[in-house]
Design a protein around this ligand. Structure first.
Ligand SMILES: *Cc1c(COP(=O)(O)O)cnc(C)c1O
Length: 395
């Protein structure tokens, strides 16, 4: 059996998205900036994709900017807010300790320029409270950037409450909604979101394309100079097939959102219940406010990387943290941020489901994972010391 349980890293494209994209590659290859009929046909299709995405998010098509993905959208949102702040002498930014690196590394760059960055603590329930945001905002705060849902431990953050606080205080609010789009109901107006990032390949769309939503009146900083595409805010001939594939995927995901979430939640909970029976294991994050497809477990006494490779031999594709950090020796910054001790954070396994996973696949994982965990523990001298009582268990 082959089980794909790494949907937080990327998803397989849906049939609807592939067909929309293929059709565009073949029949809609004009340049939307060209004034002739072939170009204008492309421009119409581009506009239609913009409208479809705007409708899902609850905004105007004029507030949608196409980018190369979630990372670019995060960069542009944060840099734009920083430049707006700078002009008013406001150089303080509030975020969280477990954001994606696209956010954290951009903030690091701004810190080197003299911005002051406050990363809110997420040790309490792998989440933040709206009060933490309220207390962190100062007169010189120019941006609050808080992810909608965490890509490693699945926490869903209190976005609407945070949005309300930011709106009342007149502070720009950006959210990295890459893990939420297509999986959770989002309405940027209701939730007082000023800027939002999403990425197509996390909801069965193509890779290398995403969206930055920026509320009317927020002046964006241009990161890529050139032509006048995206109303002068993001140059380069539009990746129209990918944009059309993204719009189809988002529309489809949104139409089936509730049914998919119900199905995935059931599979997720079965997986969590089953894995909880493994001794000295713990769920990373909480059961409440958790993405429907996210399972993340810590198994004491093993290395996540070895677990991954052995599971791959048995046909199970998972992740030990975020794909972006694999290859580095440090445990994931997210697991450390939620308070997992450095020594054991390595032993984590993320299984991220999609609506295409089946109950049989969950049963298969519940049969294989405990076997592999036991096998690896039996080889570990550290584990033997703990079992014999020479060393203490952490969990
Ligand atoms: C995947 C991901 C990104 C990056 O998106 P890309 O389109 O791959 O650049 C950013 N933030 C979060 C939370 C993600 O999961």
């Amino acid at each position: 059996m082959r089980v794909y349980a790494d949907n937080a890293a990327t998803t397989k494209m849906s049939r609807a998205s592939i067909e929309a994209m293929n059709d565009a590659v073949e029949n809609c290859w004009g340049n939307p900036s060209s004034l002739h009929s072939i170009g204008q046909h492309a421009a119409e299709r581009l506009q239609k994709a913009r409208e479809d995405i705007a409708e899902v998010l609850g905004c105007s098509p004029k507030e949608i900017y196409f980018t190369s993905g979630g990372s670019e959208a995060d960069n542009q949102a944060i840099i734009s807010a920083a430049r707006i702040g700078e002009r008013k002498g406001k150089k303080h930014i509030v975020s969280t300790a477990f954001e994606h690196h696209a956010v954290l590394h951009t903030l690091k760059k701004l810190e080197k320029e003299g911005f002051e960055i406050d990363l809110l603590d997420v040790k309490n329930n792998a989440n933040i409270t709206p009060e933490q945001v309220k207390n962190a905002i100062r007169d010189d705060t120019c941006l609050v950037t808080v992810m909608y849902a965490n890509n490693e431990v699945g926490s869903i953050l209190p976005i609407a409450e945070i949005g309300k606080i930011c709106r009342e205080k007149g502070v720009i609010f950006h959210t990295d909604a890459v893990q939420a789009a297509g999986h959770l109901h989002i309405n940027v107006a209701d939730e007082c979101i000023d800027m939002l990032s999403l990425s197509a390949h996390k909801f069965h769309g193509p890779k290398g394309v995403g969206v930055l939503y920026a509320r009317k009146g927020i002046p964006l900083t241009v990161l890529i100079e050139g032509g006048a595409q995206e109303r002068g805010k993001r140059a380069g001939t539009e990746n129209l097939p990918a944009i059309i594939g993204m719009a189809a995927a988002l529309k489809e995901a949104n139409e089936n959102l509730d049914a998919n979430a119900a199905k995935m939640t059931k599979l997720r909970d079965k997986l969590i219940d089953g894995l909880s029976k493994i001794p000295h294991s713990a769920l990373n994050g909480t059961r409440e406010n958790r993405l429907p497809g996210n399972v993340n477990f810590l198994f004491e006494g093993i290395e996540g990387e070895s677990l991954l490779l052995l599971l791959d031999d048995r046909g199970i594709c998972a992740s030990s943290g975020s794909a972006c950090t694999s290859g580095s020796l440090d445990p994931s910054h997210v697991l450390l941020a939620i308070g997992r001790p450095h020594e054991i954070a390595h032993g984590s396994l993320r299984l991220s489901l999609s609506e295409w996973n089946t109950e049989e696949e969950i049963d298969y994982m519940l049969e294989q994972i405990p076997q592999v965990v036991t096998y690896l523990r039996n080889m570990s001298p550290l584990w033997r010391e703990k079992v014999s009582g020479e060393k203490e268990f952490e969990i």
